[in-house]
Design a protein around this ligand. Structure first.
Ligand SMILES: Nc1nc2c(ncn2[C@@H]2O[C@H](COP(=O)(O)OP(=O)(O)O)[C@@H](O)[C@H]2O)c(=O)[nH]1
Ligand SMILES: [Mg+2]
Length: 312
């Protein structure tokens, strides 16, 4: 690592007075050439003052939420390589070289510090561990994205990735969104094993397992709808049509046997379900064509952006 690469370390913080100093110092030591930024979200325990005293640059974001904090950082901070890490001293600064290496060498656009890969020993709470199993499974099943640690907050990213992903997350969905949208745009992701430490005594996690877990699952579902509309609406449509077969077959066999349709409600239900299914499939077809066109527009916009920056 060396050269002219400007590295920015981004540390989102909400009341991390106990640990932010150590995080800033550790990263200063591990990456002396990097600029360290703490993005404060209205801490009331003096976090920004401590961070500033330890030489970090402090950015303020008043909209509450890790997603908002990171989006502000991504927009306002200029660098070639971005490091994202929690301010709660749970991620090891010692691993930063291993995370940086693939990005600096041009082998990856984002590296993710995985807390669950083989050979790691991470100090998880049980519920967190469960969420860390269910959500990646959901992601693999719906979006075919395979990662061992979807929710890791320890990442290294290229400027290109940071400046081009349209991130809409407000809170802890940001990690899932970063992962899916990167894969969707063919950025190269590499996971690097790291060990997670527990927060020190007296320091509290901001994540609320059920509320945030639900939000993250919901985010994955919406991404599924947006990025694979044919699978989403087509699957829904097929399911409706299959269910419609039940009353439908009853009515039809009866009609073949007797020439009569005595079960009017069943007949109507069958038709309604089949039509709803066809409609849903049609919606899937339309949306997938639209989203393909949007992909093309996005590529053109990228090309235009490149050309504009070449000219200037
Ligand atoms: N700026 C900002 N940071 C936040 C907010 N919520 C959480 N964070 C920070 O995001 C990081 C991860 O949060 P944490 O509570 O440790 O989540 P966990 O690691 O999943 O338990 C920590 O550094 C928090 O201080 C927020 O609303 N704003
Ligand atoms: Mg944490």
């Amino acid at each position: 690592m060396s050269k002219l690469e400007r590295i920015a370390v981004l540390v989102p913080c909400l009341n991390e007075a106990l640990t932010v100093a150590k995080v800033v110092d550790d990263f200063r030591l591990a990456l002396p050439q990097a600029a360290i930024y703490v993005i404060d979200n209205g801490s009331t325990d003096g976090t920004p003052e401590i961070a500033a005293a330890h030489g970090a640059q402090v950015l303020y974001e008043t909209r509450r939420g890790k997603g908002f904090a990171m989006r502000t950082a991504f927009r306002r901070i200029e660098a070639d390589i971005y490091v994202m890490v929690d301010g709660d001293d749970t991620y090891p600064a010692e691993s930063i070289q291993a995370l940086l290496e693939p990005v600096v060498a041009g082998k990856a656009d984002m590296t993710i510090g995985s807390r669950t890969m083989a050979g790691t020993s991470s100090d998880f709470k049980h519920l967190n561990r469960l969420g860390n199993r269910i959500l990646p499974w959901l992601l693999r099943f719906l979006l075919r994205v395979r990662v061992t640690d979807l929710l890791s907050g320890y990442r290294v990213m290229t400027r290109d990735l940071v400046k081009s992903l349209p991130i809409a997350a407000r809170d802890f969905e940001i990690e899932a969104e970063l992962t899916v949208k990167s894969v969707e745009r063919s950025f190269r992701l590499i996971e690097v094993p790291i060990d997670l430490r527990a927060r020190p005594e007296g320091s509290f996690s901001k994540i609320r397992i059920f509320r945030d877990g639900r939000r993250i699952a919901w985010t994955i579902l919406l991404l599924f709808r947006d990025y694979r509309p044919m699978a989403f609406f087509g699957g829904l449509g097929l399911a409706l049509m299959l269910v419609g077969l039940i009353p439908g077959l009853v009515v039809i066999t009866e009609f073949i046997k007797t020439g009569l349709v005595p079960r009017f409600p069943s007949a109507i239900l069958a038709v309604a379900l089949e039509l709803a299914g066809v409609l849903s499939i049609a919606v899937g077809l339309v949306l997938s064509a639209v989203s393909r066109r949007f992909q093309e527009i996005e590529i053109k916009l990228d090309m235009l952006g490149d050309r504009l920056s070449d000219d200037s």
